[in-house]
Write a protein that binds this ligand. Structure first.
Ligand SMILES: NC(=O)C1=CN([C@@H]2O[C@H](COP(=O)(O)OP(=O)(O)OC[C@H]3O[C@@H](n4cnc5c(N)ncnc54)[C@H](OP(=O)(O)O)[C@@H]3O)[C@@H](O)[C@H]2O)C=CC1
Ligand SMILES: CC(C)=CCC[C@@H](C)[C@H]1CC=C2C3=C(CC[C@@]21C)[C@@]1(C)CC[C@H](O)C(C)(C)[C@@H]1CC3
Length: 591
């Protein structure tokens, strides 16, 4: 039997899984089969730890700060003590006055301190989410040095960051109770921190995402070119990669003003539907200044109305084949529209106050044109980003799929569409209807909370989604694939599995972000993070780091399979999507 290093009843330090933080724990028992120790934290939480994650008390030197407690619960207790000791800490009333009256002076002082003394602590501005810093917890602990007045003011930020880095191991029910007790005080602190963090910290070049300026230039010029090449490849009789490059059309052939007019009309009709006073109005996540924007949820109604219009057009004999025949022209028209929209978005963002800027914006014009400078550009109550994220592109995708289904019937002289085409259409229809039905969930996505509205999302929402995501249907029009019923059943099962994971995870996350105290989520465990927010670590979110991405990827595979295995092109979506999600995961992890 393998020997064990620690005895029952011994008091040691246990690492909190996934972090570098050690807390004082008592060894309760040891399982010789799994080689895991059951340990108990001071707040009563029990966890199983590997031997490597346990250290004797003697291996830790005593911290110099006032907080000697290592248990999560006692840390919480210390928080109020250490806060009240800090001269930077003021009672809420006083503080609110200070935030308005001496705010500018504070910022100036704090900025001086950041530049001179606190450079290792890299701070980034943020948007809908609350305070965020990208230093290691250990950095904060080391910042335990004598203070001058100005530094002490800034310590408010550090202190809170430090406090926020302490992971909560409490069962959720207790967490909720404690949170309610603290929430008033916390709200104030994070709010004030938010303003300071945002004001004092410019983003450094190395913090730019997507490879910085060269990277975004490449994406902005490369993606449209790539998109056209992909569509042209698919138009070939044999779309093998060996047949690259495809024959290129003359540029003038790609422009058609009538097609541009149709795109404009489509956008305006969707905008009109968005403005209809139907559907409930909800609040988004809190902004940097504590405000919550209101959003009307009527995407599903817009979809129903659009379906009614399309149905009527079909009944009236409108030639939908026109869209298939002019598919490249439609792609170009949408791209031009998106460039014009991006220029407009950038120009208007130059006039907005700093608090309305996206946390991702950098001060570099090229980068900001791409990532979007303004977080929530609105014309009155019309939210451009929220509108574009779900309406013209997503509903457009379904309509394009329908166009492809009709084109397949026409070109292949079929009385009914192929099973492969029906599968692709229904799988993707389910995805879009689900997005519109659960419209509120989009308010907690990275795009709405973090990214501005610039070329990236304008192009992604209005060009990439409708013209690339419909690629499988486009492919099947000229490259038929027979799918047997047993294979179709397997694909349906795969799609449904993906969907259950995707929906379960997104709904759980959304409910949690909307109301962390939701009694329905009380059984779930969370950890506290350095952003000041909690993360779910059980339920769907205890299964893998991003269950919603996993489900989405499974669905992506399911809707590529009906195209068969003759060519790699229909699987482009799976490859691209994997890259996109891995990148998003890294961005989320960084944040
Ligand atoms: N079809 C497509 O092309 C695309 C689809 N998607 C899908 O959209 C959905 C949303 O994607 P996306 O916004 O990227 O990612 P997430 O849904 O993971 O949203 C990111 C936000 O979720 C919060 N979060 C992350 N982990 C946890 C956790 N453990 N517990 C609680 N909250 C957590 C964080 O919020 P906070 O910052 O507030 O802490 C984070 O900012 C996914 O299902 C994805 O697959 C996304 C992109 C493209
Ligand atoms: C430049 C470039 C290629 C950017 C691509 C990004 C966009 C295509 C995607 C970014 C996030 C998206 C989301 C959806 C569609 C794709 C984009 C716009 C989404 C609307 C699809 C439906 C889902 O249910 C969703 C609502 C969760 C999802 C939100 C994110």
């Amino acid at each position: 039997m393998p020997s064990r290093k620690f005895a029952d009843g011994e008091v040691v330090r246990g690492r909190w899984p996934g972090s570098s933080l050690y807390y004082e724990v008592e060894i309760l028992s040891h399982d010789s089969t799994s080689q895991l120790y059951t340990v108990k934290y001071k707040d009563g939480t029990e966890l199983e730890l590997k031997e490597n994650d346990i250290k004797p008390l003697t291996s830790f030197r005593q911290r110099k700060s006032g907080s000697t407690s290592s248990s999560p619960s006692r840390r919480r207790g210390n928080r109020s003590r250490s806060r009240s000791r800090s001269p930077g800490r003021r009672p809420p009333k006083d503080a609110r006055r200070s935030a308005s009256a001496s705010h500018q002076a504070d910022i100036k002082e704090a900025r001086r301190e950041v530049e001179v003394k606190l450079t290792p602590l890299v701070l980034k501005p943020f948007g809908n989410s609350i305070s965020r810093y990208n230093g290691e917890p250990e950095h904060i602990e080391r910042n335990d040095v004598p203070h001058k007045n100005t530094q002490e003011k800034f310590n408010l930020l550090q202190e809170s960051s430090y406090i926020s880095t302490q992971y909560s191991l409490r069962p959720r029910r207790e967490e909720i109770r404690l949170k309610e007790m603290d929430s008033k005080e916390e709200k104030f602190v994070t709010k004030e921190l938010a303003v300071r963090t945002f004001e004092v910290t410019p983003i450094r070049a190395k913090d730019l995402e997507f490879g910085g300026v060269p990277g975004v230039l490449l994406i902005m010029f490369g993606l449209p070119v790539f998109l056209f090449l992909l569509l042209l490849m698919c138009k070939q009789k044999d779309p093998s990669l060996l047949n690259f490059p495809p024959p290129l059309p003359a540029l003038y052939e790609l422009w058609e003003t009538r097609v541009f007019g149709v795109c404009l009309l489509w956008f305006l009709i969707q905008a009109l539907f968005y403005l209809l006073p139907i559907g409930k109005v909800v609040e988004g996540t809190p902004l940097i200044d504590g405000r919550r924007l209101k959003y009307r949820l009527n995407g599903f109604y817009a979809f129903i109305l659009t379906s009614a219009i399309i149905g009527t057009c079909l009944f009236q004999g409108v030639e939908f084949h026109y869209v298939y025949r002019h598919f490249l022209q439609f792609t170009l028209a949408a791209t031009v529209f998106c460039v014009v929209l991006s220029v407009y978005l950038y120009m208007r963002s130059l006039k907005v106050p700093r608090k309305d800027l996206s946390p991702a914006s950098s001060g570099n014009a090229v980068y900001d044109f791409f990532i979007g400078r303004e977080l929530n550009p609105r014309i009155g109550t019309f939210d451009l980003k929220y509108f574009c994220e779900l309406r013209p592109g997503l509903i457009g995708w379904v309509v394009i799929n329908l166009v492809m289904l009709l084109a397949e019937m026409k070109i292949q002289s079929r009385a009914v569409p192929s099973l492969a085409m029906i599968l692709v259409n229904s799988f993707q229809l389910l995805y879009v209807v689900d997005a519109l039905w659960n419209e509120e969930a989009v308010l907690t996505t990275m795009d709405i909370i973090h990214d501005g509205f610039g070329f990236m999302l304008a192009f992604g929402d209005l060009v990439w989604v409708p013209f690339i995501y419909s690629f499988q249907a486009f492919y099947l029009v000229s490259h038929p694939n027979e799918v047997s019923w047993p294979m179709a059943s397997l694909m349906i099962v795969l799609k449904l599995c993906g969907y259950v994971i995707f929906r379960g995870a997104n709904s759980q996350k959304n409910a949690f972000r909307k109301n962390p105290s939701d009694p329905k989520l009380a059984h779930l465990k969370t950890i506290h993070t350095s952003t000041g927010k909690n993360l779910l670590v059980s339920g769907w979110w205890g299964f893998v780091r991003h269950p919603n991405y996993l489900g989405d990827l499974i669905m992506a595979l399911a809707w590529s399979l009906p195209c068969g295995f003759n060519h790699i092109l229909p699987y482009f979506y799976v490859v691209y999507f994997t890259m996109l999600l891995v990148h998003r995961e890294a961005r989320d992890e960084y944040q």
